[in-house]
Design a protein around this ligand. Structure first.
Ligand code: DHB
Ligand code: MG
Length: 219
């Protein structure tokens, strides 16, 4: 096989078909998101399930998500925390939040999910800490602010997942002026240097092209 974006996508679809399967609530959430014209940049199905498994493996009961979009990853996380658990998800766009609210409710996990509308840099200082898992998937320019709040609102043992750390390999460009690349590089440097975190990152290929995810533990 040639390592091409089309082959990565085919293999990703195969893995999702084999390991994730048909999921009406999640597919409905994606349909609603698409019908509303939101960008198709939610996590891939295999990545959504990875989030769900990481949350369950770590026993997370209180989850913070930064960047709700249409609620696709929120549903994966809300399922993971179980009936007594909770997810606070922060979304800057009220229209996105309304679409997410409907999809999350339709998925049957609405009572576990609190959507806070506003810019995360404004909302995060208003939250009470104690989160067991923080998923950061919002504007990449603000990633270091979000990591700082993840540490402040977490505790020793909190799991932090940061999306989109590969950026088609642009992360190696120390002269990049792309704010998303600069924000991602700054976040990776912080994860490497800040003593509050112990971190690694994995590149991914699949239906979203060449990207990746960082995983950190608050120590
Ligand atoms: C973008 C943002 C994302 O969170 C993502 O997963 C893919 C792309 C973007 O803004 O380009
Ligand atoms: Mg993302």
């Amino acid at each position: 096989m040639q390592s091409t974006p089309a082959a990565w996508a085919d293999a990703d679809v195969y893995l999702a078909d084999t390991l994730v399967g048909h999921d009406p609530a999640l597919e409905a959430a994606l349909g609603a998101q698409q019908a509303a014209g939101l960008p198709h940049i939610e996590v891939a199905p295999v990545a959504g399930k990875l989030l769900n498994l990481i949350a369950r493996m770590s026993g997370a009961r209180r989850v913070l998500e930064i960047g709700t979009l249409g609620g696709y990853s929120t549903i994966w996380l809300a399922r993971a925390v179980g009936e007594g658990g909770s997810v606070i998800t922060v979304e800057a766009e009220s229209r996105n939040a309304a679409i997410a609210r409907a999809s999350i409710d339709a998925a049957g996990v609405g009572e576990r999910v609190d959507i806070r509308v506003g810019r995360a840099a404004d909302v995060l200082p208003t939250l009470v800490g104690g989160f067991d898992l923080v998923f950061i998937d919002a504007d990449k320019e603000s990633n270091t602010i979000y990591l700082d709040w993840a540490a402040r609102l977490g505790h020793a043992g909190t799991v932090v997942v940061l999306d989109n750390i590969g950026r088609e390999g642009e992360i190696v460009r120390d002269d990049s002026t792309d704010p998303m690349v600069v924000g991602t590089r700054d976040a990776l440097r912080m994860l490497g240097d800040d003593p509050r975190f112990d971190a690694t990152a994995l590149q991914t290929v699949g239906i979203k092209g060449w990207d990746g995810v960082a995983l950190a533990l608050v120590v």
